[in-house]
Design a protein around this ligand. Sequence first.
Ligand code: ZN
Ligand code: ZN
Length: 406
Amino acid sequence: MRLALMATLLAGFAAPASAQIEDDGARMERVADGVYAIIHANATDEWPHGNTGVIVGSDGVLVVDACYLPSRARADIALIRRVTHRPVRYLVYTHWHFDHNNGASEYVAAWPGVQIVSERETGDWIPLNATYWSRYSTRPDSPRRAALAALEREVTTGADSAGNPLTAEQRRMKATAVAQRKAELAELATLKPMTPTMRFDGALTLDVGRQVVLRDRARANSPHDVTIWLPADSILFTGDIVVQSPLPFVGASSPVPWIRVLEDLEHEPARAVVPGHGPVMHDMSYVRQVRALLEAATAAARQAALDGHPLDWLQDSVRLDEVRRATPAWRDPSLDEDWRDTIRALMERAWRGCAGRVERGRAGERASGRAGGPGMHAHPSSRAERGTLPGNVSNHSEQGPSLRSG
Ligand SMILES: [Zn+2]
Ligand SMILES: [Zn+2]
């Protein structure tokens, strides 16, 4: 269903033919002269690709993020070459989450002189994307391999795990998912994460014959989220500070400081906003809605802490439906379950912000990873396999740093 939504999304933002280039897994949308956003279909039924930004200057190209799988990054490079023959001089990471940088090795292969740029601490987290995350997925006894085997059995037998027959459509979709996940695991098995060659603190201005301003916004979706601003064009790339997929990714987030970050973004005089996932935006209405969601969540968590309620109570009783109703992108009834999961994850993160810690009760075990790590978001379309993904399985958190979903 999520893939169907994504297909609708891809079709629904059709611009004039001259304004975009497509292949079968992405569309490259022209945001301004020489500025593009590559919006990808999901890599699998479980994981998305982050958006990729392409900024073409007279002296070369700056690329924002390198998506989840190297095969997709290779296809993106082919798209980039359709709009410019200039070399990619800089690849900037908005944050450390692997759906934004696993593909970096393809940029290095295509342009060996490319500088990979990140905020300083983000650079330290990049090796985790291979040493922990990929190994976790690809080892022979991994939960992800077990889930894939189960899915493959369903396709072969034509019945789900309870023995109920699959419809032809269900069987076809599951077969597609099996093929995608096999290809994904094969790529992860040989993944080469690219650590940055250039790190910065605070802010950095790069020049490709066009000024590009990088700014660390610190804690929001990850420990350090960097925005990319084009002053001459008033275009803002936000990384996962802003995600419309169609819901935000909240599971590894820090809601309290994130609110202030969104407020700051709302004051940028941007005429286009390219989010970390989802369509290019032309006003701040969605950004304001994400802030409203976080404000409602932190207020509810604060009140629950004051009233002496535990986290379980908070997660079971708070729904934030009024914020959902106010946001067109979130209203679709097909998102009901994702919304519930998102709010549960968000309440846990908001709770940390108020109470400082999460008790290790029933809900705490279900919802939390180890505190203090960098965190990772799992793709919310994974609910069919919930409990099989590393990002969703808190009882695996002892094996790695703060594996978080949402
Ligand atoms: Zn992401
Ligand atoms: Zn992220």
